[in-house]
Design a binder for this molecule. Structure first.
Ligand SMILES: Nc1ncnc2c1ncn2[C@@H]1O[C@H](COP(=O)(O)OP(=O)(O)OP(=O)(O)O)[C@@H](O)[C@H]1O
Ligand SMILES: [Mg+2]
Length: 501
């Protein structure tokens, strides 16, 4: 069938499954082909039939026509290593049938490639240590089957975001700090092919005619792709890495994102079924906080979540997860957040959780909140609780609901109990900066009251921000009665007392 394990029949059909840079002549890499991407340079070689020893021998003896100059070194890989990898990769591509490779499942394909690479190493008499051989095998398999230079980044769990701005600029965010990595792609075509591979997994396509696409990696990571002509410096890929072990409230307390008593107050807000809006800038930790709050939902409640890309991981047994759908290639079949939230109301939910409110669904969420779905939650982009509430208002106005401003504000104060503000501070740390209650309307103005705020005291010698979560001294928040109804008033009083330092 394929490679060593094949029966020998050569295939004339073009490969369905291309390596990362299938159709590009190896000749003219735009940029010096670097790092892990380098050896992919000659992936254009026509796929051949099966692996017979003569073929392998011929391939390995052939000069490595397009072995690219090695790129910047990273992860301890030397230039010599990249040269070796390039020549083995080229020999491999001449040997295997990519079409048949596509028909194999991932595991078998990996095994096949490993077998052939081992054989090439033996025939070429490449002198490598066992560890280097293993590294070679992994890198080559990643180049053929995976996401090439992105693979080592995807494998790291400490990375929050991977941002690729064209072939030569790959940034990562670790611990709140964004840094440039030495990783590069051979050229924009290789990067484009990886983008294509990612989005094709969710049945989509990116090219000049549809240059924007949202997708998801098999591990759940959220991906956005925008390509030329809209992105001027080459395909631009943004990946929000999926964290297998989601942060819990105790982790947030551990990181100092929230103080222990303030964390308890948040827990009570979740358990007492307050309607909550989580506001914050991009990447400030809104979804993480939302996920933490859902940890306080009782196991017997029916919860429905609506998201653009499923990120939440609720632990309760009775959860229905819904996801929006982008339009298909003909521009049809889109299902928007508003459709989902409206449909939710017919599904007998006890709580509705909206991953991100960004449009007219704001209206439906508010309606849900004040029509018996207490404890509903959502996140939105805003820089302060007050701004969050006015964003809510403008989303409703812009959604074409011709309601007077006062009516919209009445709806807002009648629905939202608490706004929690998340922020990423300039030292990269993420903090909950406000727990704010919505009290009511005074004239036309929404009145709010901060319960707990993060106060910055300064910064230490390393530029790390020093500060404290302080209670504003409110002993009886508006949701006190609600907490009492759920038997949580004693805990609430204690937590607020402890926060009052
Ligand atoms: N308090 C925290 N301390 C450390 N890391 C955190 C904290 N909160 C969130 N993170 C990490 O920060 C990254 C971004 O978090 P999250 O997805 O919750 O942000 P977001 O505000 O929802 O972003 P977006 O606006 O893109 O939806 C994640 O990798 C998450 O694990
Ligand atoms: Mg989010």
């Amino acid at each position: 069938m394929f490679g060593k394990r094949a029966d020998g029949a050569a295939q004339a059909t073009p490969p369905k499954f291309a390596p990362i840079e299938p159709a590009k002549p190896a000749a003219a890499p735009v940029a010096p082909p670097p790092a892990a991407a380098a050896p992919a340079a000659s992936a254009t070689a026509a796929p051949a039939g099966t692996l017979d020893p003569a073929r392998v021998a011929k391939a390995v003896r052939a000069p490595t026509q397009s072995a690219p100059p090695p790129g910047p070194v990273n992860d301890g890989r030397t230039e010599e290593y990249y040269r070796t990898k390039a020549s083995i990769y080229n020999a491999l591509i001449e040997t295997i049938d990519l079409g048949q490779l596509a028909a194999l499942d991932q595991r078998t394909a990996r095994d096949e490639i490993r077998d052939i690479v081992n054989e090439i190493i033996a025939i070429k008499q490449v002198i490598v240590s066992v560890a280097e051989q293993e590294q070679l095998l992994n890198d080559i398999v990643n180049d053929v089957l995976g996401y090439g230079p992105l693979e080592p980044l995807l494998a790291r769990d400490d990375i929050a975001d991977i941002m690729v701005n064209g072939a030569n600029a790959v940034f990562i965010e670790v611990g709140g700090k964004v840094t440039k990595t030495p990783i590069r792609f051979r050229d924009n075509q290789q990067l484009m092919n990886i983008c294509q591979r990612i989005v094709s997994q969710v049945g989509r396509r990116v090219d000049e005619s549809s240059p924007i696409c949202d997708a998801r990696l098999p591990d759940g990571s959220r991906v956005n792709v925008i390509v030329p002509p809209l992105a001027l410096d080459g395909p631009t890929l943004t990946i929000r890495k999926f964290k297998k072990d989601k942060l819990r409230m105790k982790d947030l307390v551990g990181f100092g994102a929230i103080s222990e008593p303030a964390g308890k107050v948040l827990g009570i807000i979740g358990a007492a079924r307050c309607n909550v809006l989580i506001s914050g800038g991009t990447g400030s930790g809104k979804t993480t906080l939302l996920n933490c709050l859902t940890g306080y939902i009782a196991p017997d409640e029916r919860v429905i979540t609506c998201e653009d890309a499923a990120e939440l991981q609720l632990q309760q047994p009775h959860v229905v997860r819904l996801e929006t759908r982008p339009p298909n290639l003909e521009g049809q079949g889109a299902v928007h957040m508003r459709d989902l939230v409206k449909n939710c109301l017919r599904m007998r939910p006890e709580r509705i959780i909206v991953g991100e409110v960004r449009g007219p669904e704001a209206f439906d969420l508010l309606q849900a909140m004040n029509t018996g779905h207490d404890g509903s939650m959502g996140t939105l982009h805003a820089n302060s609780p007050r701004e969050g509430l006015s964003r809510m208002e403008s989303m409703i106005t812009m959604g074409g609901f011709s309601l007077p401003t006062k009516t919209i504000r009445e709806m807002i104060v009648g629905s939202i109990d608490v706004v929690i503000q998340a922020a990423r501070l300039r030292d990269g740390s993420r903090k909950i900066t406000h727990i704010t209650e919505v009290l009511g309307l005074e004239g036309d103005v929404i009145v709010t009251q901060d319960l707990i705020v993060f106060e910055m005291d300064g910064e230490d010698a390393n530029g790390k921000i020093i500060g404290k979560h302080r209670s504003t001294g409110i002993a009886r928040p508006k949701f006190w009665d609600r907490a009492r109804y759920y038997g949580l008033e004693k805990e609430l009083a204690e937590a607020l007392d402890a926060a009052d330092v």
